[in-house]
Design a protein. Structure first.
Length: 504
């Protein structure tokens, strides 16, 4: 074994500034390795310091010689105490191969964010979050993402080890089927925002699938942060009773978005901000790969989580994320305002959905879950139901509802549909709910909340009817809320629906 050490001093002289299609990034001097020359392994140690305000990504080029069978990296960084209100150090990490770091290019080989302190890549295997494949000669790049930097700066150390030898065989990927055994046109329950140990989750795909079945789900969508590496590992977890779609949570510095149901093996880049004007390109990439674009937890308060890209490219929006919190209440209000703007301007409306964002125990898979009216239990049918807004969100399998609007000559419309009747025609709206003990039922329109029921009995079953006209209510949607604890503050949601639109 050979060992060598390189220091990347914080001075400008040892680094170069370049632009990779969008945001500025730093690239340090190249770390070089000699040819094998009879050695089994070589190791280099790289140290550097990043100041506050460092670019989003810092690349460490590594010159890989021929004959390498494994590329391994471990890293550490300091975590000094910081003043109250200041951010401490957090350093993410990933890898790009000899194809380079071009935005949206072919070089991506993995990302673990801050979930792991080391990783390896070989032809036959890789650390979860990374993509197996040959370690070919050329310039590779270790990607560092200074998520937050303390006022004192962030000092790090990388240990890079190359192992020489014959490469193994890269396994042929096997993906879950895009169809499960359904019930024809029916209501199907799903959770489309889930994290496995292929990013920062702690559960295997098999464990997640087991929890999904226990939660009464018919479909799920994989959504690991900034990597598609889990895609070949879901096939064994699928079955006739569970449709597993494949995706990614694109985790930018200006918000997160779920790519829902993309073609197997699809990778979507995340290295841009709203000011870079690159988002529309990657939203198009998601759709070209057969997926839906779903901004996630738009008003989450974690660093970089708030959605800054707007909703022009969205196919749906995640209004409810995990256990119901004030963040979700803000998102619900924003979504309702978007509905109002849509009906007033005669523009397409944005459907809502809810997902658990479950990572580890005690996060509950299926809290909440989106219940979709689909023609069958296939990827395309479920996506069509979500895109059309034929869905409602419930906190568990226990909560079920039926929501309809009926007008002249027996015309009827359901969730996500339009009841086409004259503006002055009488309309009867009916909401039936089960599994929601002591919850109140609300009907909300573009004029606000116009009906609130008394709490349901402990049986959790109840019905409300309300009469209106399209001239008075352009749409109506339903909310099922738990009892409030104090005053006029709304109780947490047990369920809510997409709207029914009224009028021609």
């Amino acid at each position: 074994m050979c060992d060598d050490t390189h220091d990347h001093a914080p001075g400008i002289g040892r680094r170069a500034l370049f632009v990779t299609g969008a945001a500025a990034a730093l690239t340090w001097g190249t770390v070089s390795f000699a040819a094998a020359d009879g050695q089994n392994q070589e190791t280099r140690t790289v140290r550097g310091t990043l100041p506050p305000g460092a670019p989003d990504f810092v690349y460490v080029p590594v010159e890989v010689p021929p004959g390498v069978s494994e590329f391994k990296v471990s890293y550490t960084y300091d975590r000094p105490p910081v003043p109250a209100g200041a951010q401490g150090n957090a350093l993410d990490i990933g890898l790009f191969d000899q194809h380079g770091t071009e935005l949206g290019g072919r070089g991506f080989r993995g990302w673990s964010g801050g979930a792991r302190t080391e990783f390896f890549v070989r032809a036959d295997d890789a650390t979860p979050g990374y993509v197996p494949g040959p370690v070919r000669a050329g310039t590779w790049h270790i990607a560092l993402g200074p998520y937050t930097v303390a006022p004192q700066g962030l000092s790090y150390e990388l240990t890079i080890t190359l192992t020489y030898g014959e490469p193994g065989a890269t396994p042929r990927p096997v993906y879950p089927p895009s169809r499960a055994k359904g019930r024809g046109r029916a209501w199907y329950r799903g959770d489309c925002h889930l994290h496995s140990w292929y990013s920062d989750g702690r559960r295997t795909p098999t464990e997640i699938a087991s929890l999904a079945r226990a939660a009464g789900l018919d479909f799920i969508n994989s959504s690991d942060h900034n990597t598609h590496s889990s895609h070949p590992h879901w096939a064994d977890a699928a079955g006739d009773d569970l449709l597993i779609m494949l995706g990614e949570e694109i985790t930018t510095r200006n918000g997160h978005v779920v790519a829902l149901g993309t073609e197997p093996g699809t990778f979507v880049d995340w290295r841009y901000r709203a000011r870079d004007n690159r988002w529309a390109r990657f939203a198009d990439d998601i759709r070209r790969a057969g997926g839906l674009v779903v901004p996630a937890h738009p008003h989450a308060t974690c660093v970089g989580c708030g959605w800054k890209f707007g909703f022009a490219e969205a196919d749906a929006v995640e209004v409810w994320n995990g256990p119901y919190t004030p963040d979700d209440e803000v998102t619900l209000a924003e979504w309702d305002n978007l509905l109002i703007a849509s009906v007033r301007r005669g523009r397409p409306w944005l459907p809502a959905m809810g997902n658990s964002d479950a990572h580890r125990d005690p996060d509950a898979v299926g809290l909440p879950q989106t219940v979709v009216l689909a023609d069958d239990l296939t990827r395309e049918a479920v996506q069509a139901g979500i895109r059309a807004g034929r869905s409602y969100v419930a906190e568990s399998r226990n909560v079920s509802l039926t929501f309809t609007a009926t007008g002249g000559r027996g015309r009827q419309a359901g969730i996500g549909e339009r009841l086409e009747v004259p503006a002055d025609a009488p309309v009867t709206v009916r909401l039936e709910v089960s599994g929601a003990p002591r919850c109140s039922l609300r009907l909300v329109t573009d004029q606000g909340t116009l009906l609130t029921s008394d709490p349901l009995p402990v049986s959790g079953t109840g019905t409300v009817e309300w009469r209106t006209t399209p001239s008075y209510a352009a749409y109506v949607r339903a909310e099922v809320r738990h009892e409030t604890a104090a005053g006029p503050v709304p109780g947490a949601l047990a369920a809510f629906t997409n709207p029914i639109f009224l009028g021609g």
